[in-house]
Design a protein around this ligand. Structure first.
Ligand code: ADP
Length: 311
């Protein structure tokens, strides 16, 4: 086509108003798809933190891996659009994503765990993406509407730190979320963040399932003494003050950093490390919390392994 033809070509491509898909119809179909996808997921948990660097993504990935290792069919959705760390934590950077025009297959981590993150969709890990509010909302909506999550027992949603567009989008799109899990660190400075996260969840009508205190003390490898690097129990004390259950404390362990960097958190969780035991305890308490809140008379265990579990 030469340049002189270009305007006519554009003109001929212009749609007649009657040919345009009805916007309302498209939205209605999307709503239906969202509802039918969400109906196949029993429990949806939003992992929140008031600020960055408290280990929220590591905790979200650890919870998802631990649930999956207990036979729960689990999805891990990373909605940290600015700094997605789930692909690295799972050792799946560059994993190919497949799918059709309006359906995306989540990345398979293991037989019980699938994941989705903007990090899987960007051509390069350092590709800068500028996300404005409505774009973020639409991307998160697509993650929920177009990703073929299938039947899941749990969807763990790793939200970026803050009380901004991303968790708000989840609040609007996932009407029946079970609740929020707040990750914090023990120093007194963290207490403001805990208070902020709790108020935010309450404003979104999202029950707060509990609080996890991460980086809670370091055991000296030489003498075994406990060093409270970030003070002790500031965040969890604030949670208790505000009537929020503490789901557990995960110690500082350099092996968490190393295994996270290598995408080998699953191996860490299987080890005898105190941090691995702490993760297991947290997951027990989460299972107990959703079980007691659940109106499902069969409890919250997977339909495939109901007999094997006690909830
Ligand atoms: P966030 O999502 O809150 O920004 P990340 O999960 O990305 O935090 O963790 C930040 C850094 O802290 C990572 O290097 C991670 O390996 C490390 N980390 C997280 N939890 C622990 C822990 N309990 N002990 C030691 N390092 C940790």
């Amino acid at each position: 086509m030469n340049h002189a033809d270009a305007p006519r070509a554009r003109e001929s491509r212009e749609e007649h108003p009657d040919d345009r898909p009805d916007r309302n119809e498209v939205e209605r179909k999307q709503k239906e798809r969202l509802a039918s996808h969400m109906a196949r997921i029993r429990h949806k948990l939003l992992v929140l933190s008031g600020k960055g660097g408290v280990g929220k993504s590591s905790v979200a990935a650890g919870l998802a891996l631990e649930l999956a290792s207990r036979g729960r069919r689990t999805g891990l959705l990373d909605i940290d659009l600015h700094g997605p760390s789930i692909p690295r934590l799972l050792g799946l950077q560059g994993a190919p994503v497949t799918g059709g025009e309006d359906s995306i297959k989540p990345v398979v981590v293991n037989p019980n765990l699938v994941a989705m993150s903007i990090g899987f969709l960007l051509p390069q890990i350092d590709a800068p993406v500028i996300w404005r509010g409505p774009l973020k909302y639409n991307m998160i909506k697509q993650f929920l509407t177009d990703v073929e999550w299938g039947d899941l027992d749990f969807l763990i949603i790793d939200s970026p730190p803050s009380t901004g567009d991303e968790p708000l989008a989840i609040g609007q799109l996932v009407e029946d979320a079970d609740g929020a899990i707040i990750v914090t660190t023990p120093q007194a400075l963290a207490t403001d963040d805990v208070r902020k996260s709790i108020s935010f969840a309450r404003k979104m009508n999202l029950p707060v399932i509990g609080l996890i205190e991460n980086m809670s003390g370091l055991t000296c490898p030489e003498c075994g003494a406990k060093i409270d690097v970030f003070g002790s129990h500031g965040g969890s004390a604030m949670g208790l003050d505000m009537g929020i259950p503490v789901l557990g404390s995960i110690p500082i362990d350099p092996a968490i950093v190393q295994s996270g960097d290598r995408g080998a958190l699953a191996g860490y969780l299987k080890s005898d490390a105190p941090g691995a035991k702490a993760f297991a305890g947290v997951v027990e308490r989460i299972l107990a919390a959703v079980r007691s809140a659940s109106t499902d008379p069969m409890g919250s265990s997977s339909t495939t392994d109901r007999e094997e579990h006690d909830e």
